[in-house]
Design a protein around this ligand. Structure first.
Ligand code: COA
Length: 341
């Protein structure tokens, strides 16, 4: 049976470390407030000049993923790039990355499903592979949000939460003997589950520039408040703590797998309190939930592949483990994936 598997993962962050104390110098905030409310101690921000871009940031992560998978870049036959902070409004970051990699001709697709972007991208890679259309897909989740945030006190509710980072996975065709999730020990992606509810679009939004926005023109107005991402934090929090456990249970039920069989939860990292509530709701032991939020903040589409790469580096994720990922983000969008590493 044809399935897909994550054959290799890589991740990187830019070199500039930004502590909570550094943020105190930029805006009216307190390092301890950030730590208590979000669990974040530091994050990494790119240099804010024209030498950096999200597609360039992704390159070392891609190289690490290719090496881990033992795959040459010429074997790639599709690039899927999940980001909400692309190099430009168009063309997509996937096209830029493809050019950096010197792979003219292979298709490149951008996904903009915010913090659920990586799961959407993984789902598309899986569907193409199962359909026999592609064999070896590069799935990237990467963000350079620090260049887009309001670093004045006005933007403090969002800005303190976000970091820059990139994660990449090589998703490859595999032939499995036993495709039953309950009995198989083979490494493959069991299923993905995606959702969206656009009636909440304005609750977590980067509105301008955008065609629904009357102040796209004149260009000088693009420095107005809605040219920065905005959110209703508590509202987002309330929905995230409901939807992420729901999506996780959906994946387990679809595969007939009990929650106790999951070895590691590699979740989106928006706020440590969201993931603590996820664990409490499902009765999961703390040591099964891998956390990177304290070191990297919320890197949006990058959190899950970055988490996978960190879990491998720290010896927390080894072949044979059953992994569950779940995410929630702007749209609203949410989803899950269940896979054996
Ligand atoms: N530093 C200091 N104070 C801040 C602050 C900051 N960086 N940001 C907000 N505050 C203030 C608020 O102005 C508010 O003050 P007020 O009570 O005088 O009005 C107070 O802190 C409490 O704000 P509130 O929003 O109620 O705090 P909270 O406990 O809900 O925590 C978030 C705020 C943003 C950390 C939390 O709502 C959250 O994590 N939401 C989800 C965000 C998310 O996941 N976004 C990405 C989607 S994947």
């Amino acid at each position: 049976m044809i399935r897909s598997r994550i054959a290799g993962v890589g991740a990187c962050v830019p070199p500039r470390e930004i502590s909570n104390e550094d943020l105190e110098q930029m805006m009216d905030t307190e390092a301890d407030w950030i730590l208590q409310r979000s669990g974040i101690r530091k994050r990494y921000w790119a240099e804010h000049d024209d030498t950096t871009s999200v597609s360039k940031l992704a390159l070392p992560a891609v190289e690490e993923a290719l090496k881990a998978a033992g795959v040459g870049k010429q074997e790639l036959d599709l690039i899927i790039f999940a980001t909400v902070t692309p190099d430009a409004l168009f063309p997509g970051a996937g096209c830029y990355l493809q050019a950096h990699m010197g792979l003219p001709g292979i298709p490149a697709l951008d996904i903009r499903q915010t913090c659920t972007g990586f799961l959407y991208a993984l789902s598309i890679a899986d569907a193409y592979i199962r359909a026999g259309i592609h064999r070896t897909v590069l799935v990237v989740g990467a963000e350079m949000q620090s260049k887009c945030l309001d670093v004045s006190t006005r933007g403090r509710d969002m800005t303190v939460l976000f970091g820059d980072g990139a994660g990449a996975c090589i998703v490859q065709r595999t032939e499995v003997q036993d495709a039953s999730p309950a009995t198989s020990r083979e490494s493959f992606l069991f299923s993905t589950h995606l959702h969206a509810d656009g009636s909440h679009a304005k609750d977590l939004i980067w509105a301008s520039p955008g065609t629904a926005n009357r102040i796209w023109n004149p260009p000088e107005l693009v420095s107005e408040e809605n040219s920065f991402p905005q959110m209703r934090g508590r509202h987002v929090f309330t929905h995230a703590v409901k939807r992420m456990p729901e999506a996780a249970l959906e994946a387990l039920e679809a595969n007939g797998v009990g929650i106790e069989s999951v070895d590691l939860f590699v979740l989106h990292q928006a706020n440590k309190r969201i993931n603590d509530k996820f664990s409490q709701a499902l009765g999961i032991a703390e040591e099964k939930v891998f956390s990177t939020i304290e070191d990297f903040g919320n890197t949006t589409a990058a959190t899950i592949p970055l988490g996978l790469a960190e879990a491998v580096r720290r010896g927390r994720l080894v072949p044979g483990m059953l992994v569950l990922s779940a995410a929630f983000g702007g749209g609203f969008t949410w989803g899950s994936a269940l896979y054996r590493w």
